[in-house]
Design a protein around this ligand. Sequence first.
Ligand code: AKB
Length: 332
Amino acid sequence: MDLGRQFVYQGKYKMKRVLVTGAYGQIGTELVEALRNRYGGENVIATGRRKPPAVLTKDGPYYRLDALDMNDLQRLLVDYNIDILIHNVSILSAAGEQNPQLAWETNVQTSYNVLEAARIIGLDKVMIPSSIAAFGPSTPRENTPNDVIMRPTTIYGVTKVAIELLGEYYARKFNVDFRSLRYPGIISSEALPGGGTTDYAVAIFYEAIRNKHYTSFLAKDTRLPMMYMPDCLKSTIDLIEADSKKLVHRCFNVTAVSFTPEELAAEIKKVIPDFVCDYKPDFHQAIADSWPKSIDDSVARKEWGWKPEYDLPAMTKDMIKKLKQKLSIPGK
Ligand code: AKB
């Protein structure tokens, strides 16, 4: 019996109930689907502020929720008898630099609401993602350890450090089971990312397939840690279901691969030989230059058995195959 997914209620095993905020974003869209396959459609509530994509309306409940509204948030958690809350609402790095005030309010104030709601209602677990952006220029950039100096220089990074510290405080002070993953750049074929610095690694695939040409906003030798969506979903679900007795940490580095735009373009060229990539670095470059080039995720491997499945060639082949299907372009 997998007790990560189930609990005993009146002598019977019941599936846990999960609420996902920011469910219509890049990670949320596929995470809700994966959770519904695992926990049952009616046990996973998708919430967001926009109109939900069709994929999220067919197999389970969805609600409009602005996580800044504490009353609405608590009402949904109580009405749906939620056990696990995954808070995916976030303004990402590049968008954050355009509007730092909005990034602080959206990222930190909603996370505070989520942690407070978890404390008041007594939720089982709360997962709030962090990012490689929580590190900064004074952090060692190669093989960045889990526990190391964190002095980010973007507002997005500042909000992520604040959220990590607040979550750890709630865990210590109020016994809230807070967990967090420092996601690297996520590459996905379903929902598009928006407002991030690693977004180039998704856009490049669309442009390679549609136009055989892409202009990267990062320099060709900018190495960053990355992960394919199936690994992102696996890491998220594995950490949610990890036995709390085995967790020494609350916030974990996770990674799968590290590559540069030039290396990614070369890999795409193996499948689309006439693809051409050129490079015009813009304001994203300074953000990327403040982040790690590669990540040491040995703490996650040790405490909850994290192990990625996709390397750069496997991810590239799968992305191109899926996007060609999605965009209805013949050939593999
Ligand atoms: C971004 O580029 O801002 C995000 C991230 C690395 O957290 N994808």
